[in-house]
Ligand binder design. Structure first.
Ligand code: FES
Length: 163
């Protein structure tokens, strides 16, 4: 069965075509999931089910794989993406406190997204600005020497952003 998808993935329009295009046996499933993640921004359940079916796997097996790797998302990211650096310098200077404050302030779910879908928070490793630790990246803007106490102000400012 072909599952139509909203956007093209890897220049093709269904998992059957992706399956044929990515014919190398080793890593075929991973390559297809990577392509879907890259093009769609997350792994929609319908596509996960189709990839599982094509690979002769139970959907739950593939779901376990997707859940294990933080690089895969199972739903779209929020309008604002906040990446908290968990590299050594940032961790030592309070990154966990910032992350915990974001989780609390935004009531993040297991996917790291707020209930209103406005925010997604993720942990990343060293964004290359260690001298400014602790660092977060908000919508591609690096912010250094962030304090956990500043989180509510940041969230309020982003909520008031109109674009
Ligand atoms: S450890 Fe955070 S920027 Fe390097």
């Amino acid at each position: 069965m072909r599952v139509p998808i909203i956007s093209e993935v890897g220049g093709v329009s269904c998992v059957d075509e992706l399956w044929e295009k990515m014919s190398e046996p080793g890593g075929r499933v991973i390559n297809i999931l990577n392509q879907i993640q890259k093009d769609v921004g997350f792994i929609p359940r319908a596509l996960l089910a189709e990839v599982a079916s094509r690979a002769g796997l139970a959907e739950s097996q593939l779901h376990g794989l997707v859940s294990f790797f933080s690089s895969y998302r199972t739903r779209p990211t929020g309008k604002h993406l906040i990446s908290v650096c968990y590299g050594t310098a940032c961790y030592a200077r309070g990154a966990p406190l910032i992350y915990e404050r974001l989780v609390e302030e935004l009531q993040l779910d297991a996917d790291g997204t707020s209930p209103d879908g406005l925010f997604t928070v993720e942990q990343v490793y060293c964004v290359g600005a260690c001298s400014r630790a602790p660092v977060i990246v908000v919508d591609n803007q690096v912010m250094g020497r962030v304090k956990a106490s500043e989180v509510p102000f940041l969230v309020r400012k982003l909520r008031n952003t109109r674009d």
